[in-house]
Design a protein around this ligand. Structure first.
Ligand code: NAI
Length: 716
């Protein structure tokens, strides 16, 4: 009679409810599951022969929570307030019914309990978790632009106190079993006898939740006027404002429902939570974040772009050429993923120095207790530094990360060809040189591909996979398998100057440097970017990368394109700072900023070089320019076929170049503004600031048809 769970009543009168939602590896909250749960609650509540229930799962996870893919579809339809409220109350009243059914429910948490899964467990009258590193508990909704919608924002603070609950809710902190026990999220920890322990807890569990008992007080207090709590609320509000520049509605909603909700009786508190959840459902930020940061990313992680029917290759040993910043990082992530690595540099000393830098970083992590010595030893033992190419003969794939210079790279490729097996793949980590051109010098261009990692390699989750004109499908398939092994997210882009991410971020950086020459105050430029949601201002970022890096790339482009080259707005500024003022960036101690004794301050001479205009532009205008110039460049990439799917462009922009997550990425931003409005506003910017803002005929035609980058979902 149930399709998503199994119910068995034992001789002790305890009903064991085992969740097993079909059609998915994880248990997600589908309509069928909600119907089954409702029936279970009725049965347990009304059957005099049932004393209470244990809820557990047949899958490796306890419950993963909401069906996010379905949610994105729901949220993409034009919804009325009533429909949003209906969505917000699909689960919450059901869990309220569970906790007020008069019979005790005990959650036997056998695997990860995330989001709605943990909310289900919190609605139970007691919880026991399996003592396993696989078991993780979190309410990560805020990180997806939402808040817990099934009572989590109310039950967690009532259970463990507001002060402990708030940071967990705001950050979506993932807890292990022991931490969860310490904090009071679970009452008990058990081994293989988990269900047995849960069964025995049923008899002792009070079927009335603490918050429904007379005289209940929230642990640590609940009122605004409670001195400690009032201060915590104020501090939290301040840090939210600082961290999010009010671009993210979810943390504000969360703070509101916690602060107000804990002072209300439970039913009213749950209603408040539902109202705020509904408001977030109507806000495009939640849809954009769930779609890009979760659904699209998840599909790319599963290698949605891998050519089918090509069997996986066997890869146990890889080579990395260049033991510098990027090569060292690539060697590190490969070794951490269990691959044997040959790390090559011009001399053995340089290769060994590259490995030593990794060893130093790991030593600090061990010292701080963040990594175990034996794990580090294992990783480092897999990295063999050498200058001898013959040592690469067993490598199935080699990543080249030497200087960004065509000639140096060509020499490396020639040497590699001599030693590698006929089916080995050569991958270049170039950040800008077209792959087809680089492949010209190799004898097997079909086995050549671009794998553009980002810095720092161990932390940046994206890899831009660049196919040249002659790259074979098999090479692409095996390169993607390699990226998956490294647990990174790949996007596949067609070869072009700057590929996708470098093109998009360069448009933004050159625009921002151009603003300086227009007379916009430098502090205003950097602050406007942060208010738009960028983690760091563009002038600071260029200083970090060095002004020289972009300047050299521009000069290379100028040489390559000849007559056709047009100087972008930032070029004269780069020229002035590198060639005339010798202020090349942070590494040199001076750029747009001064770096003296570790202190960073704007260079006082800037005003004399680029005098600020008497009238400064509005912050909103600067924010719009910085975001739109990137979305426009992305649209050009799509038009030219550099990027095949807006979802990939969105994931690439958020994960690779820190385009603000609340927008959902460069393409979602256009859809959120509305493609017609976006094109109109770009036309106005083009009239004011230059033709680079002029939308192409293709984009205008798309806007005239009202065709978004994501097909609009029909009403639910
Ligand atoms: P780096 O200067 O830190 O390292 C380059 C390494 O290559 C040095 O250790 C050098 O000794 C070695 N090398 C030079 N010629 C060699 C040869 N003939 N044989 C063997 N080793 C040789 O440079 P970085 O930053 O690691 O960049 C490497 C590549 O990665 C470049 O193509 C760059 O464009 C690309 N890249 C850099 C990013 C960054 O943020 N730095 C991001 C993405 C790509």
């Amino acid at each position: 009679m149930y399709t998503t769970l199994n119910l068995e009543v034992g001789a002790d009168g305890v009903a064991v409810v085992t969740i097993d939602v079909p059609g998915s590896t994880a248990n997600v909250m589908t309509p069928a599951f909600r119907a089954d749960l409702a029936a279970v609650i009725d049965r347990v509540g009304s059957d005099a022969g049932v004393v209470g229930a244990v809820i557990t799962s047949a899958k490796a996870d306890f419950m993963a929570g909401g069906d996010l893919k379905a949610m994105v579809e729901q949220f993409s339809a034009p919804l009325t307030k009533d429909e949003a409220f209906r969505i917000a109350t699909l689960m919450s009243p059901l869990l309220r019914k569970l906790e007020t059914s008069g019979k005790p429910f005990v959650a036997a948490i056998n695997g990860p309990a995330m989001g709605g899964g943990l909310e289900l467990a919190l609605a139970c009258h007691a919880r026991v978790a399996l003592d396993s590193p696989q078991v993780r508990l979190a309410l990560p909704e805020v990180t997806l632009g939402l808040i817990p919608g099934a009572g989590g924002s109310q039950r967690l603070p009532r259970l463990i106190g507001v002060q402990k609950a708030l940071p967990l809710l705001l950050k979506g902190t993932v807890l292990g079993v022991r931490q969860a026990e310490e904090l009071g999220l679970v009452d008990n920890v058990a081994g293989a006898d988990l269900v047995k322990v849960a069964r025995s807890m049923v008899a002792a569990a009070n079927p009335v939740q603490p918050w429904d008992r007379k005289g209940y007080q929230v642990p640590g207090g609940a009122g605004f006027f409670d001195v400690d709590l009032g201060a915590a609320y104020n501090l939290t509000a301040t840090s939210i404002a600082k961290d999010t520049a009010r671009n993210y509605p979810a943390p504000i909603a969360l703070l509101t429902v916690v602060a107000r909700g804990v002072m209300l009786p439970m039913d009213a508190a749950l209603h408040l939570e539902s109202c705020h959840f509904a408001k977030l459902v109507l806000d495009p930020v939640a849809r954009n974040m769930v779609r890009t940061s979760f659904v699209s990313k998840g599909e790319l992680d599963k290698l949605a772009r891998r050519p089918r029917d090509i069997p996986p290759g066997k890869l146990s040993q890889v080579g990395v050429i260049g033991a510098g910043l990027m090569g060292g990082g690539v060697a590190q992530v490969c070794a951490a993923a269990g691959l044997e690595v040959r790390l090559v540099d011009a001399t053995l000393e340089q290769a060994a120095a590259g490995k030593q830098r990794l060893a130093d970083v790991y030593a600090k992590l061990v010292q701080r207790g963040r990594m175990a010595q034996d794990k580090v030893d294992g990783i480092l033992a897999r990295i063999v530094p050498t200058a001898d190419y013959a040592q690469l003969s067993g490598c199935g794939l080699v990543v080249e990360a030497v200087f960004e210079n065509r000639e140096v790279k060509s020499q490396v490729f020639r040497k590699l060809q001599e030693v590698l097996a006929p089916d080995a793949i050569i991958a270049s980590n170039t950040s800008s040189l077209p792959i087809t051109g680089l492949a010209e010098g190799v004898s097997h261009p079909e086995r050549f591909i671009g794998l553009h990692f980002f810095s720092p390699v161990d932390r940046m989750p994206l890899v831009e996979v660049v196919t040249g004109a002659l790259t074979a499908e098999r090479t692409l398939a095996h390169a993607l398998d390699f990226i998956k092994l490294l647990r990174k997210t790949p996007i596949v882009v067609k070869d072009s100057r700057g590929f996708f991410t470098t093109r998009v971020i360069s448009a933004y950086l050159t625009e921002s440097m151009g603003m300086l020459a227009e007379g916009v105050k430098p502090a205003l430029i950097d602050n406007a970017a942060k208010l738009a949601g960028m983690p760091i201002g563009p002038l600071s970022l260029v200083d970090e990368l060095t002004i020289e890096l972009g300047y050299n790339a521009m000069n290379q482009e100028k040489a390559d394109l000849g007559e056709a080259w047009r100087a972008p707005p930032g070029y004269p500024v780069q020229h002035k700072f590198v060639a005339e003022l010798d202020r090349k960036g942070r590494r040199y101690g001076k750029g747009f900023y001064d770096y003296i004794d570790g202190r960073k301050t704007l260079w006082p001479g800037l005003d004399a070089v680029y005098p600020p205009a008497p009238e400064q532009p509005a912050v909103d205008e600067l924010k719009r320019r910085m975001l739109y110039i990137q979305s426009l460049e992305a649209a050009r990439c799509f038009e030219e076929g550099v990027i095949a799917d807006p979802a990939e462009g969105d994931v690439g922009s958020v994960l690779g170049i820190a385009f603000p997550a609340y927008t959902g990425g460069v393409f979602s931003l256009i859809d959120t503004v509305g493609i017609r409005t976006f094109v109109e506003q770009c036309e106005q910017l083009a009239d004011r600031y230059g033709e680079r803002y002029r939308p192409s005929a293709w984009l205008k035609a798309r806007a005239a048809r009202g065709e978004p980058f994501y097909p609009a979902a029909s009403a639910a």
